[in-house]
Design a protein around this ligand. Structure first.
Ligand SMILES: [Zn+2]
Length: 712
């Protein structure tokens, strides 16, 4: 039996992509398990993830149920040799297996295919192979009984031949609504009728279909997890969960986390995405540490010979460690089966430094502000009543996701301790000083009830934009009457709100390009109006140009034919309609903003958002503070059993070379002066001062990451 706890102490992982076909006898012909293993040793890898199969479907073992990779000679023996070498070297082996994405199965069994509304499989694609969802990639439907049976047989073969600590199952998501016979039959049996064809978030049948897609994906994932556990209960299961914040189309909510021992997935979005994904994983995973994967290729896996700089790889690994997550770097094999050992020398430098920090991976993440991510809100309410299969239906935008990312960006830049939690487990926000609902439309009832009680019991809440109107009305008395129909709106501070707005004032109000809700105030409103709504000048009643020239094709009667200023829509109509208010509910405090302005990446956004957060916590104080530049991210863990705090600093500049950030202070809130503050991992004591409840130390230089321990 294998060690069921291997992943709890494993922070240095790697994966080598091997999606290689076999039509050329050269392909994978030079795969050498000893050389592969030497690279792992050189890279200081603790837990390699190794391909037993790929999106191509070819199996790297002598399979009976599928297609063995023809040019990868002696593949079973070579893979067993590699696994044995890793085990002898004290490494944990995780097997890679691609679900749904399987070209062999797609070709051999047309009846297994995932089909779009026109009955086309995924290799039917006008994108000519450039689109990730199609053409090169053959997808099988997880509802197809034949495919499900095939997957179970493949897993049995793997366990008959290999000893492994864990399995990673890739590609557990839908790329589109499936209209195959298996899905049609299952929908008819479980719901009745035909699968809906109009995306309409107000239609109960469409919503039921989306819920079924999530449920079916969980059912498929659980079938695989249960099979693996039946062969080895100690074998860890991780399903691909980079999809956590992707659009509704993928049918992923908490379903993948439920089927996994720990959360993990691959990301390519740079430092801001890294920061948010780690924090959401932290609150979504069944067990710590979560796993954060990214490629050594730049900008992504499409460029096989372009590699990230050492600075970029180090930033990626250390950002994960700063969140106490496990880092995984993805390489891609050369078609002939070789690896570039120079890369593993670079990994080795970074992972050797990471290894020294592993003893400090303990404690709980400090999350003064908790930003809610609604796993059921990954769609755009403005793209509604659209037929599946039309170009508009391909819209994958989610204003809620943008608003969450924006709120987190502001909190990170202003050095306010924060976390990200989901509607699935709202209780993860327990202990937070402030909850943020950023354009959080369509919040499920359990989350609404949690938030209401949180505020009623004395918590503080920030809400913005289209958050459930019933919740806004209950907590503030204000009724929302839809968004202003204007090309641009503004938030103008009142005298009470002016201190929040820094450079913006009534004459030069804060510009909003993301929609602003119209508040209808109750007669007995007992709160404070912090900002009002300003609209652009109305076009003149006589709309058309004075001297139109019909021959040039321009519509001289269009609403925007007349304007105040040709490049912009400056503020013109100053209303008394509030756009930002503060009030109380029960024992708690609420701020509602009619615009989810936090999604706008503007110079004034972060200061305004931080000032609102400070207004919400009142006389309480943040767990840390800093005068560091916005590019510094600060993460704190509290290890109360050891009377220790960990302060981790990340230089989150996304560039090939990362310049150091110098000369700033970090202050940690403590009830009494600490005994010492240590620089990690060498544990060198640092000078500090303790005053006003904060211990403050100076950071002379932050190259890419610095780690500290505060001993109480
Ligand atoms: Zn299907």
């Amino acid at each position: 039996m294998t060690n069921p706890n291997w992943f709890r102490t494993s922070y240095r992982r790697n994966l080598v992509d091997m999606h290689i076909e076999d039509w050329n006898p050269e392909f994978l012909s030079q795969f050498d398990p000893d050389k592969y293993y030497e690279n792992l040793v050189r890279a200081h890898v603790k837990s390699p993830m190794i391909y037993l199969q790929s999106h191509v479907g070819h199996c790297n073992w002598d399979t009976k149920s599928g297609h063995r990779h023809q040019s990868f000679t002696d593949c079973t023996k070579k893979m067993q040799r590699l696994f044995d070498l890793c085990h002898q070297g004290g490494m944990d082996v995780v097997a890679y297996y691609s679900l749904i994405y399987n070209n062999d199965a797609y070709v051999a069994h047309p009846e297994w295919r995932l089909l779009d509304i026109n009955g086309h499989g995924t290799r039917f694609d006008t994108g000519k192979g450039q689109y990730f969802g199609g053409s090169r990639y053959g997808l099988c439907c997880p509802n197809n009984l034949g495919y499900r049976d095939f997957v179970l047989k493949q897993l049995d073969e793997i366990f008959d031949l290999f000893t492994l600590e864990g399995i990673f199952l890739d590609m557990l998501f839908w790329t589109r609504p499936c209209y195959c016979d298996a899905c049609k039959a299952r929908w008819k049996a479980e719901h009745g009728g035909d699968i809906p064809t109009i995306i309409n978030w107000n239609d109960p049948t469409w919503r039921a279909f989306q819920a079924k897609r999530e449920e079916w994906m969980q059912d498929f994932a659980m079938m695989v997890t249960n099979k693996i556990k039946s062969r080895n209960p100690n074998c860890s299961v991780e399903h691909q969960f980079s999809t956590m914040m992707h659009g509704w189309r993928q049918g992923v909510n908490q379903n993948i986390s439920i089927a996994s021992d720990y959360c993990g997935g691959d990301f390519y979005g740079g430092a801001p995405q890294h920061s948010v994904a780690c924090k959401l994983y932290y609150n979504m995973t069944a067990n710590q540490p979560f796993e954060y994967m990214t490629s050594r290729c730049y900008p992504g896996l499409r460029e096989h010979t372009t590699t990230k700089t050492e600075d970029m790889l180090r930033l990626s690994v250390m950002s994960t460690l700063a969140h106490h997550g496990a880092a995984l770097l993805i390489d891609a094999i050369d078609p002939k089966g070789t690896l570039d050992s120079r890369l593993y020398d670079t990994y080795g430098k970074i992972y050797a430094d990471a290894e020294k920090l592993e003893p400090y991976m303990e404690g709980k993440l400090v999350q003064d502000v908790q930003v809610l991510f609604n796993l059921e809100g990954k769609y755009n309410p403005d793209v509604n009543n659209v037929a599946v299969g039309t170009p508009r239906a391909a819209d994958d935008s989610s204003p809620h996701t943008n608003a969450v990312m924006g709120a987190c960006r502001s909190l990170q830049q202003m050095h306010i301790p924060f976390g990200v939690f989901s509607n699935w487990k709202p209780e993860k926000a327990e202990g937070a000083k402030v909850i943020v609902l950023a354009d959080a439309y369509d919040l499920p009832q359990n989350a609404v009830e949690y938030v209401e009680k949180f505020v009623s019991d004395g918590g503080s809440l920030y809400m913005s934009g289209r958050v459930n109107p019933e919740l806004v009305q209950k907590l503030t008395g204000i009724r929302l009457d839809g968004a202003f129909q204007a090309p641009m709106t503004y938030m103008a501070p009142t005298a009470d709100g002016q201190p929040l707005f820094t450079d913006h004032n009534r004459d030069y109000p804060f510009a909003v390009t993301c929609g602003l809700q119209k508040m209808v105030m109750p007669n007995n409103f007992h709160g404070t109006v912090l900002a009002t709504t300003v609209l652009p000048y109305d076009p003149p009643a006589q709309n058309g140009e004075l001297h139109p020239d019909p021959s040039d094709g321009f519509d001289y009667t269009a609403p925007n034919a007349r304007f105040a200023s040709i490049h912009s829509n400056p503020p013109g109509r100053f209303t008394d309609i509030p756009s930002l208010i503060k009030t109380t509910y029960g024992q708690g405090t609420v701020v509602y903003s009619a615009a989810a302005f936090e999604m706008l990446d503007r110079p004034a956004t972060a200061p305004l958002f931080a000032n609102i957060m400070s207004l919400l916590i009142g006389t309480r104080q943040w767990s840390f503070a800093s005068n560091a530049p916005q590019q510094v991210e600060i993460i704190e863990f509290e290890a109360s059993e050891k009377n220790r705090r960990y302060i981790n600093l990340i230089n989150s500049q996304d560039s090939f070379q990362i310049p150091a950030i110098c000369d700033f202070d970090v202050s940690v809130k403590l009830d009494a002066a600490p005994s010492q503050i240590l620089s990690l991992p060498d544990e060198t004591p640092l000078p500090f001062i303790y005053e006003n409840g904060y211990a403050t130390f100076h950071v002379a230089k932050l190259p890419i990451c610095n780690f500290y321990a505060v001993e109480i």
